[in-house]
Ligand binder design. Structure first.
Ligand SMILES: [Zn+2]
Ligand SMILES: [Zn+2]
Length: 343
């Protein structure tokens, strides 16, 4: 099969690669679409240590079942499917508690980190265990289905945030995950959504996806403005999609006493925390990791159009152009959100 192989750091090449052997619990999927994730772009130069070459990356994919192992039930050749990016073990302390996103033996497709190497979906075929597989409705295009993993991250973050009908939410960072959290927060009952970003173009996309108020910290003091908009109280919740001191401070200082800040972004390992503001105003800081059982809901939300991903897809391209798109994403000089490769 053809695969986009990371031969060395920053060196991607389309090569002939052995088609994976199908184990008894596995399904071999003919990949039709696979999104380039930020973690692939960050891993591609070796900086994260989670894409040790040689590796076929890619964990945000959808396709058609080509063949299956003897123990696979409930799926057949020709089924349109997607799959969780996380392979959970099913038997550890956390899996048996139903917290599969926190699995002790968690592996991610398209990752190699020293403990394991699992080739991903920037290839004609990818091998996936059946326990992470989900069927897709015919109406959902593969390129949209490839974004379900990202959608699930936004939906999970909102699901673990206490939101009551009529709540005000602040979305800090309106890149892809922020825009998905924004749509999920609306569906969860928020009646007012305040989008915050340093980039006015991104804020305009947030407006088209339902943001009521757009705030750019370059031109306005966000917590002051949020207080003005909420009778001086602050927002009920903030969802943070960047992960650095300044945006996290903005999120914390924008919520009311007793409010919740859900933290999804994590580009910096450590931040400075306005501790007294958190403690004396009884703010709840809630981390959110991947997703936990939200895939079926996300498939429905996408298929029904309740969550839209079209404005988030910057480009669709053949696998042959994959290396060039990685270069573009890596050089940061573009306003690209999701690039989806079509092997
Ligand atoms: Zn990803
Ligand atoms: Zn487990």
């Amino acid at each position: 099969m053809k695969a986009l192989l990371l031969k060395n750091y920053k060196d991607l090449e389309l090569v002939e690669f052995p088609t994976p052997e199908v184990g008894s619990n596995d399904v071999l999927i003919r990949v039709k679409a696979c999104g380039i994730c930020g973690s692939d772009v960050h891993g591609f130069d070796g900086s994260t240590g989670r894409r040790i070459p040689p590796l076929v990356m890619g964990h945000e994919a959808a396709g058609i079942i080509h063949s299956k192992g003897a123990n696979v039930t409930g799926f057949k050749e020709g089924d349109r499917v997607t799959f969780d990016s996380t392979v959970s073990c099913g038997y550890c302390f956390f899996c048996t508690r139903g917290e599969i996103n926190l699995c002790d033996n968690r592996q991610v497709l398209g990752v190699s980190c020293g403990d394991y190497r699992r080739h991903g979906a920037f290839a004609e075929y990818v091998l996936v265990p059946q326990n992470i597989l989900y069927r897709l409705p015919d109406s959902l295009p593969f390129e949209h289905a490839a974004l379900i993993e990202a959608v699930s991250i936004g939906v999970h973050a909102v699901n673990i945030t206490p939101i009551q009908l009529g709540a005000t939410a602040v979305i800090v960072g309106t890149g892809m995950i922020g825009l998905l959290m924004l749509q999920a927060a609306r569906l969860a009952g928020c009646s007012r959504i305040i989008a915050v970003d340093l980039d006015d173009a991104k804020l305009e996309v947030a407006r088209t996806l339902g943001a009521d108020v757009l705030l750019n910290p370059k031109t306005v003091d966000v917590p002051t403005k949020v207080a003005e908009l909420t009778d001086g109280h602050g927002a009920d919740v903030a969802l943070e999609a960047v992960g650095a001191t300044s945006p996290i401070k903005t999120a914390i200082l924008s919520v009311r006493k007793g409010g919740t800040v859900t933290l999804v972004g994590n580009i910096t390992p450590n931040i400075e925390l306005p501790l007294q503001s958190v403690v004396t105003r009884q703010i709840r800081l809630q981390g959110s990791c991947a997703s936990n059982g939200e895939y079926p809901a996300c498939i429905d939300l996408l298929a029904s159009g309740a969550i839209k991903v079209d404005p988030i897809i910057s480009a669709l391209a053949p696998l042959e152009e994959g290396a060039a798109w990685f270069e573009k994403l890596y050089s940061h000089n573009s306003n690209l959100m999701k690039v989806v490769l079509q092997p």
